[in-house]
Design a protein around this ligand. Structure first.
Ligand SMILES: C[S@@+](CC[C@H](N)C(=O)[O-])C[C@H]1O[C@@H](n2cnc3c(N)ncnc32)[C@H](O)[C@@H]1O
Length: 237
């Protein structure tokens, strides 16, 4: 994960995409302004793990080739999964996993995140806007792939509905995809106030802040997509 994070941060997939052709080590290292031997070791690992491919110039020099997998690691690609890797490899998350044993031994039903940081992830995010953005971007990149697959695979899913609320909808990516596919739907993106305050405006979507354990806005149907986190004490997902 550290090497993949490094490749994303250096912008290796983005550089190969811009170049529109395989790049030699010297082309890539001069584009990225980094040391060729250090970059060679990074690329050797990523080629071995089949993230990138290698071919040879007529003179026998190695050239690095973009693949469908490395395209997923571009910073701004439509289907980029880079934000998910950057979230999982962030120091806040790495500190969480160092606390896993302590959280098990503590026997308090508190998560490793709470053991490491003294509060649950959503309270932490409320006071750390940079980390909150990282979470929202990571959830959004997952939604762009998985929710689009749901829409493509079940085109009649929302037939007969006038309104849909996405509970825990993050920055609204999911509800925007639904409203785009079914423009007659009135979409509500419901999440914690500090999250919806950063959600972009979109015609047909209302952003509503609140606590889902108190109440959720009324709509014909509720959409709830969760991934890796425990939402609140005593409500393990
Ligand atoms: C794991 S993320 C899932 C985001 C999105 N549904 C997705 O899968 O792409 C969980 C979301 O629930 C939100 N959330 C956590 N506790 C909440 C609460 N008590 N009320 C409303 N939203 C909450 C978080 O802010 C976060 O956006």
């Amino acid at each position: 994960m550290a090497v993949v994070k490094c490749a994303i941060e250096l912008g290796i997939p983005d550089a190969l995409e811009r170049h529109e052709a395989p790049m030699t080590l010297s082309e890539l290292s001069s584009t990225l302004e980094c040391s060729p031997p250090a970059l060679y070791r990074i690329m050797r690992f990523l080629v071995h793990r089949q993230v990138f491919k290698e071919d040879r110039t007529n003179q026998g020099s190695i050239r690095y080739v973009q693949t469908p997998l490395s395209r997923l690691l571009m910073k701004n690609g439509e289907k980029s999964m880079a934000p998910l890797v950057l979230l999982e490899s962030h120091p806040v998350m790495l500190a969480t996993w160092q606390a896993l044993r302590a959280s098990v031994l503590a026997n308090k039903n508190s998560s490793a995140f709470e053991t490491a940081h003294g509060e649950d992830v959503w309270s932490f995010a409320a006071t750390n806007p940079g980390y909150s953005k990282l979470i929202n971007d990571a959830m959004a990149c997952d939604a762009r792939v998985s929710v689009q697959a749901v829409i493509d695979g079940c085109p009649n899913l929302l037939d007969g509905l006038d309104s849909l609320v996405d509970v825990g909808g993050g920055n609204g990516t999911t509800i925007r995809l639904f409203v785009k596919a079914c423009p007659w739907i009135r979409g509500i993106n419901f999440d914690l106030p500090h999250v919806v305050s950063e959600a972009p405006d979109f015609v047909g979507v209302e952003n509503v802040g609140g606590d889902m354990f108190s109440s959720v806005p009324k709509a014909d149907a509720v959409f709830l997509k969760v991934s890796i986190f425990k939402l609140q004490k005593n409500h393990p997902i």
